[in-house]
Structure formats: structure tokens, C-alpha cells
Design a protein around this ligand. Structure first.
Ligand code: AGP
Length: 606
């Protein structure tokens, strides 16, 4: 996803802009650029590919100017190349943009008729020429207010002006944007990661607002151009999380961090002394909640599905789940006694935020399960359940998935207990079991060499299936997504019982099939499904849990046994080998593991 940085300073800015763009690389992108103002000129440099290309292609050390903007672009309109890279500039204005301008075609026609000449295929370039056109008849703030009103769609903007060499304009609608405060300089950035290396004092713009950033002053305005006051947040500095340490990739580090992040999450919510779950300041009486809807995208949606199984097993609450991009356009029947839970690692996913916004507009009860507590989804929900995983930089979600299902499981236990559907003894036993999870994950992480050896089979196959029933089905979906997004091979997660209703036709000699069959209530049925695919030539990787009784089946290609625990917690352990399988498959292919092609860490456009 696109990332924006802007700096207004009393000293040259190009080095800090480049450094901040590198902090934004985790978002996923395909071109980069920077523009500074000096000696009454706009100095614009842009390159296809990584920020390193920018440094290799231009002498950035001599890129003068104490004010500038930078951008990493994830292509929406126009192919990834240096012409379509941001910033986009006219003779007197330069803009960087994250989002989509939905009426760009109409505006472009109007501007061309007014003599403007376009160079790129992007929607963003329309913004540059529209501001330039409006400045012909209006002063700056008025021209900005007018331009923003003319734009339809979503944007986070950074704008500099040749004849205003002391300020940057930032504007936000639907795509996150933050201001940072430094010594004799101030900043504009897409998120706190971009700014954290320079400051931990942050202000987030709300939709419709714009700001004027100078080196010694920041002003905020609402969409009517009226000045507004905004809070300055002090963020916890955890720079260490940005460093890969001696890991080859952030993803490898984040997989291995899971015992620690799960331990942190448990510590945040479990009161050891009283054997109790603390969800502080929960804003509703338990009687006010008669049903739950969980909403998310991608891996976060799989977390929702996992929570659905636990809720149905441990409570009598009605549970719905939905993919955010479907929910936001569905003819929803909003119910006051329904709790809407939004699951999102970044807290900025456009579809998930839009679904939240819809619920807010209908005055629904909203709860966010997020990793970034300063994010838009967190800020605009009634209640927040942080997952406390620290920054997840790898685009493929690993520790955040386990963090999401941990917090959701804790919520399920709490709700079940408060509804008298989980007895006190069972509640406390489950809490005790939960506390053993970090050690069990640690042990399961030891499955490393065996998975490395298996992974190339998945690379060479034309596709693979991931099968599971009940609690294992969401994990099968998650395992398939991991393999798809990292090694670019087709992989499909499916309910094991569904294979005979069509997908069995895909099974032929040598097709790798992962079967998740822990010794839970679904075990015997899943083993039967496994035998169906083996009989048709599949190479089955069986992932089960340790047990004294032998697996009753022949011709299993490989078996991995995870540690034993209560059925509720097995999904956590089954996930680990699948994360490693995807990682090692991609490693063998030499792909960019932390930034897979076409993908972004936070999809802030719909
Ligand atoms: C998962 O590995 C992907 N990175 C993707 O599916 C991700 O989970 C999805 O885009 C949702 O992101 P969010 O959790 O930040 O909302």
C-alpha cells in the first residue's frame, strides 16, 4: 500500500525522507519518489522499484531543500513505472497521494479543456492540476478546501508549493494520515511507523480534515476550513521491533516471536492471582449482548471464523461472520443487541473500516481487535481489545493471527463465564490451560528441518489442498492463504467433508494435501477423508497431535505431531507448521518473503 512522508525543517530533509520511506516499505509498493523545494524550484526525483533504486539513480545527498515530500506507491491506476510514481508536479505544486480518486476521469477532461497537460496514467495527477487551477482564483486555504470538495473517493495527501517554501499541506479522507512533532521540524506520515524513528509525538487527522505543517507550527482545519484543535499522542517507542536482528526476514522473526507475543497477550488479560480474565471498562452489561457479528479481511477473517467455532462451542450466542468487503454492501439488518467485532492487524484496512463506519452510522455496539492501537479502526470503535504483538512488518500475517485468535478466545471465555454458560471450575481450568500455550508453541516451533524438507514438494506441484474439520477448518484456510501469498502457488483450504462434493476431482498422483486431524471430535471423520485422497494418489502431510494410539492409516507421505493440549488450543499449535511450510517454500523459490508481489501490509483502498 502507498506510504506518504513529508518534512518541514530548519535543515536539509532528503536523507530523513528516504529513511522514513524505508520504514514504510513494509506496506508493499512498486515505485518511489521524493520532491524538495529549494531556490524557488521543485526538485522531483522518482524511480520504479525499491527506494534503493532512487538512491542508486539519483545523487540524493545533493538534493537540496529544508522542506519535502516522499512516497512509496502501490499501483492502482497506471502501471508501476517512474512516470506514474509519485510525487506528481505541475509548475508550482507537487503532490503525494494514498487512496483512489473515483471521479478522476471527469476532472481530467475538465482540466485538459483548461489547458492542463498530463504526463501520467494516474488518478493522483488530477489533484495537482486541480489545485493549480484553483490557486488561479483563490488563496491557499480556500483553494485547498475547494479542491477537496471536488474530489470523490479516498485520499491521504502531502502537498508542497513552489511559492510557499515553508509549509506542507496534509489532507485526509478515508486513508490514514498523521502529523509528527520534532525539534525545529514537523512531519507528515501515513502512519506512526513512518514517523517513529523521528518522534513519538503524533496527531492523527480525522476524515475531512487538513493541516498546514511548518517547521515551527502545525495548524488543523475541518472541511469547512475552520481551525480545529487536535490532541497530541505520546506513542510507546519500541524501535527494537523494527530490527530483524539476526533473522533473514521479518517473517522468520515474527514466527519465532510467537511464544513471547502470546505470553504478553495472556499477561495483559489474565489476572493470575484471581484466576480471572480482565477486560477492563467493557462498556456494556452482558445482558445487552444477545448475538455477535465478527468482520475482517484475509487472515483477520480466518480469525473471525475461528472465534465463531469457539463461541458456538462455549456459549449459546448467535454468531455471524462476514468478509468486510461483502458486509459493507450487504443489506444488513442492524440489531441494537448485536455486538459487531472488527478484527484488523493494521486497523487501517479500508473495507474493514468502511464496515465499522456503517455500524457507527447505525449506532451499533462496536469492538475492535487490533494490533495498532492508534489506528483508525481502534480510534473509531466503542471499545478496543489490543493484541499486543508489537509491529508486524512481514506482509504475511503470522504473530498477529495468533494474537487475534488469542484475544478472541479470551473474549469468548469471558462472555461464556458472564453468561453462566461456562462454569467457574471449567473457566478457571481453561485459563490455566491457556497459560501453558507459550511453552507449547515454543516446542511446536522446533518442527523446522522436517518442514524445510517437505516444502519443495509444494513448490513443484501445480496446486495443493489444505483440509480440516471444525476447529481445524479455519486453520486450513489460513495455511492455504500463507502458501498462496508467499510462494505464489495455488493452494486451497477446504472443509475435509466437502471434498467428495467436487474438489476430489482435483486429486491426482502426487498432489500434496495437508490434512489437519488432531485427535478431537472430528478426528475419525477427517482420517476417513484423508484416506479418500490417499486412495487417489495424493501425497498427504498429516498434522496431528501427539498420542499413544497410532494413526490408523497407511501411505501417509509425512506426519507432523504438535504438542498435546485441550481441543480449544490445538488451532494455535496447528498453525505453526503451516506458517513454516509457507516460509520455507518461498525461501526455496528466492521470493521477497517480507514483501510478496502485488500485496500490501495494509490495504487502505477498497
Ligand atoms: C494475511 O497474511 C494478509 N497480509 C492479509 O490477508 C491481511 O490479513 C488482510 O489484508 C487484513 O489486514 P488487517 O488485519 O490489517 O486488516
Amino acid at each position: 500500500m502507498c506510504g506518504i512522508i513529508g518534512i518541514s525543517s530548519n535543515k536539509p530533509v532528503s536523507a530523513n525522507i528516504i529513511n522514513s520511506l524505508k520504514k514504510l516499505e513494509y506496506r508493499g509498493y512498486d515505485s518511489a519518489g521524493i520532491a524538495t523545494l529549494s531556490n524557488g524550484e521543485i526538485n522531483e526525483v522518482k524511480s520504479e522499484g525499491r527506494v534503493d533504486n532512487l538512491e542508486n539513480n539519483f545523487d540524493l545527498k545533493n538534493l537540496k531543500g529544508n522542506i519535502g515530500i516522499g512516497h512509496v506507491r502501490w499501483a492502482t491506476h497506471g502501471i508501476p513505472n517512474s512516470v506514474n510514481a509519485h510525487p506528481h508536479s505541475s509548475h508550482n505544486v507537487s503532490v503525494v497521494h494514498n487512496g483512489i480518486i473515483e471521479n478522476s476521469t471527469i476532472l481530467k477532461k475538465y482540466l485538459i479543456n483548461n489547458g492542463h497537460i498530463f504526463k501520467s496514467q494516474t488518478d493522483t495527477e488530477v489533484i495537482v492540476h486541480l489545485i493549480t487551477e484553483n490557486l488561479k482564483t483563490s488563496e491557499l486555504e480556500e483553494a485547498i478546501t475547494k479542491t477537496l470538495k471536488q474530489l470523490h473517493g479516498s485520499f491521504a495527501l502531502g502537498i508542497v508549493f513552489k511559492d510557499k517554501p515553508d509549509l506542507i499541506i496534509g489532507a485526509r479522507r478515508g486513508s490514514p494520515l498523521a502529523v509528527g512533532y520534532g525539534p525545529n521540524e514537523n512531519y507528515l506520515g501515513s502512519d506512526s511507523y513512518a514517523l517513529k524513528s523521528m518522534t513519538n509525538k503524533i496527531t492523527y487527522l480525522d476524515d475531512g480534515e487538513f493541516c498546514v505543517v511548518k517547521k515551527d507550527q502545525v495548524l488543523f482545519f475541518n472541511e469547512q476550513g475552520i481551525k480545529v484543535n487536535k490532541k497530541i499522542l505520546e506513542l510507546s517507542s519500541n524501535e527494537a521491533s523494527y530490527d530483524k536482528g539476526d533473522y533473514k526476514h521479518f517473517m522468520a522473526k515474527e514466527i519465532e516471536e510467537q511464544p513471547t507475543t502470546i505470553k504478553t497477550g495472556i499477561k495483559e488479560y489474565i489476572d493470575n492471582f484471581n484466576k480471572e480474565i480482565n477486560i477492563i471498562n467493557f462498556p456494556w452489561e452482558i445482558e445487552e449482548i444477545k448475538s455477535i457479528t465478527l468482520i475482517g479481511c484475509g487472515t483477520a477473517y480466518h480469525s473471525c471464523l475461528m472465534a465463531k467455532y469457539w463461541l458456538e462451542e462455549l456459549t449459546t450466542l448467535d454468531v455471524n461472520i462476514d468478509i468486510a468487503s461483502e458486509f459493507r454492501y450487504r443489506k444488513n439488518r442492524f440489531k441494537k443487541d448485536n455486538l459487531y467485532v472488527f478484527v484488523s492487524q493494521s486497523g487501517e484496512t479500508a473495507d474493514t473500516y468502511a464496515a465499522l463506519d456503517l455500524c457507527n452510522k447505525n449506532s451499533m455496539k462496536t469492538c475492535a481487535v487490533v494490533n495498532v492501537i492508534e489506528s483508525s479502526i481502534a480510534r473509531d470503535s466503542n471499545f478496543v481489545l489490543p493484541i499486543h504483538c508489537g509491529p508486524e512488518i512481514g506482509v504475511a500475517s503470522t504473530k498477529a493471527f495468533l494474537g487475534q485468535i488469542l484475544v478472541l478466545y479470551i473474549l469468548v471465555l469471558k462472555l461464556g463465564f458472564l453468561r453462566n454458560e461456562i462454569s467457574k471450575s471449567k473457566y478457571q481450568k481453561k485459563i490455566e490451560d491457556l497459560k501453558t500455550l507459550p511453552v507449547l508453541i515454543e516446542k511446536t516451533l522446533q518442527h523446522d528441518n522436517d518442514i524445510q524438507a517437505i516444502s519443495s514438494t509444494f513448490n513443484d506441484a501445480k496446486g495443493s489442498m489444505f483440509l480440516g474439520r471444525g476447529f481445524s477448518y479455519p486453520i486450513a484456510l489460513e495455511g492455504a492463504l500463507k502458501l498462496k501469498e508467499l510462494s505464489y502457488v495455488h493452494a486451497e483450504g477446504y472443509p475435509a467433508g466437502e471434498m467428495k462434493h467436487g474438489p476430489l476431482a482435483l486429486i491426482e498422483e502426487g498432489i500434496p494435501v495437508v490434512v489437519l486431524a488432531p485427535r478431537d471430535n472430528y478426528y475419525k471423520k477427517t482420517i476417513s477423508n484423508m484416506q479418500e485422497v490417499i486412495a487417489r494418489g495424493a501425497k498427504v502431510l498429516l498434522i496431528t497431535n501427539k498420542s499413544t494410539d497410532e494413526v490408523v492409516s497407511e501411505n501417509i507421505w509425512e506426519t507432523i505431531e504438535v504438542e498435546n493440549t485441550n481441543d480449544d488450543l490445538l488451532p494455535f499449535l496447528l498453525t505453526i507448521p503451516l506458517q513454516k511450510l509457507a516460509y520455507y517454500s518461498a525461501l526455496k523459490k528466492g521470493y521477497d518473503i517480507d514483501k510478496p508481489r502485488n500485496l500490501a501490509k495494509s490495504v487502505t483502498v477498497e
